[in-house]
Design a protein around this ligand. Sequence first.
Ligand SMILES: Cc1cc2nc3c(=O)[nH]c(=O)nc-3n(C[C@H](O)[C@H](O)[C@H](O)COP(=O)(O)OP(=O)(O)OC[C@H]3O[C@@H](n4cnc5c(N)ncnc54)[C@H](O)[C@@H]3O)c2cc1C
Length: 210
Amino acid sequence: MVLAGAAEIARFPAAAGLPLKRIRGQITRLKQTASSAELRTVVCAEGYVAPPRLGEHTLGASFDFHSQEVTPTAAEHASNLQLLEEISSDLAARLHSSELDPVSLQGRVAFRCTSPDYLPIIGPLADPQAFAAAYAALSKNARQVPDTPCPWLDGLYVNSGHGSRGLISAPLAGELLAAWLDNEPLPLPREVAEACHPNRFAVRQLSRGQ
Ligand SMILES: Cc1cc2nc3c(=O)[nH]c(=O)nc-3n(C[C@H](O)[C@H](O)[C@H](O)COP(=O)(O)OP(=O)(O)OC[C@H]3O[C@@H](n4cnc5c(N)ncnc54)[C@H](O)[C@@H]3O)c2cc1C
């Protein structure tokens, strides 16, 4: 089984100790105009604006590290319009952004799920208590390389923490998981796979003597 429910995987006891954070993001929907419809590609800077689909451009996206509110706010529509101005004043003019009232704009809110080191969390899960007991020696000497076998939770894997880049990292994560599952050669350098390993947080905690 692969836990792939973003921050919600913390509801499962085996994943509850993973340090996942939710970061709210809001996109704004903008009606296409005759001249904005000429846009053929996504344009990115701090934010991004996409070519029209079904008569609308998607503009985004805000970052809010504190709010868990799911309703779009006018303030974030306004900050998305500011992003649009910074992306391209020409596009902003084509979309008549200065005449738009943020209160009447439509949009959508969702949550990015990220980790403290901003790398995704991909791989097999160990039993948290048994792991802490098996590698307790690390809390006394972090340089040790214990040869105790890891208490894996057989058949349980995680794929989460893709942050703001999941559209790019998730497909590669799928390949990495398939390799972990089938005991195949990893599709990434070992250091990259280890940097994304779910056990890294528990190892760091033990190594800090906690
Ligand atoms: C506003 C915004 C803009 C973004 N822009 C970009 C971008 O431009 N480029 C980019 O690469 N990434 C972007 N991202 C990030 C990208 O969306 C995520 O990295 C990606 O969606 C992570 O994929 P995921 O499958 O891990 O999690 P999610 O896409 O969050 O999927 C998790 C799924 O699990 C389901 N779920 C949760 N709990 C349960 C349960 N108990 N049982 C069953 N199902 C459950 C949820 O309903 C959801 O469908 C953006 C995110 C946001 C919020």
